[in-house]
Design a protein around this ligand. Sequence first.
Ligand SMILES: [Zn+2]
Length: 274
Amino acid sequence: MASQPSLTRQRRREEPAIDNQHSAISNALMHPDLQHLIQLQDLDLAADRARRRIAELPAAQQALDARVAGKTAHLAIVKERIAADQAARREVEKELAAVQGRLSRYKGQLMEVKTNKEYQAMQKEMAAAEHDVRAHEDRLLEHMEQAETLAAELKAAESALKAEQTVTARDQKTLGAEHAEIEQELARLTAARSEVVAMLSREVLALFERVAHGRKGIAVAEARDGLCTVCHVRLRPQAFNEVKRNDGLHQCDSCTRILYYIPVAAPGSAAQPS
Ligand SMILES: [Zn+2]
């Protein structure tokens, strides 16, 4: 913001005179209305910043919630895959039991066959059943390996969620503390504003608010090097000379902001514009 540096300098000027002789001089020379309007501007800008930050907090909170939701969703997916794998494994176990049953029936029937041809046919059936058993056992082994992989994934997903919850809880606490701090700051700014407003006449306050309303909240501007530092329009020399006296309220012809002037400091002075 264009007016920021000048407000910083203004703050410095309000410090005790023993710290900065130049400050004391310019403060003493500045009309009280002008000093109060600069303070009012400073307070309003600070309150605006505080309100903007408060407005951002719900989105920051939602971003934290989304991070936890993401990890929770991933954990749910891993759990679903485990359930699906377990169901498939039970199916293979059931099939294996059936094939094993068939094989033991064949073994029992083998003793009862009468002919060599029947015996050979039975041997062939048994070989096929044994092959089936091995195939099912292989599939079971695959499921067991898959279960191990999934168990590791589950553990990782659980600890990732836990870690995210820890970080998020900490960040939420920070956000909450920040919110409380800003609310406190806002209350302080509002109280300070009332004090400043009480020192202004109704006309001066109305002027400030009218200009602030029409000029995006910036009603006060520094005049420097013959220019209004906010709208950058050159003042008439006579107008700039009047502003330089800081002895009343002068408005910029172009943007209507109320102008003040910071005398150029002697070299080495802390109040010298940077
Ligand atoms: Zn201007």
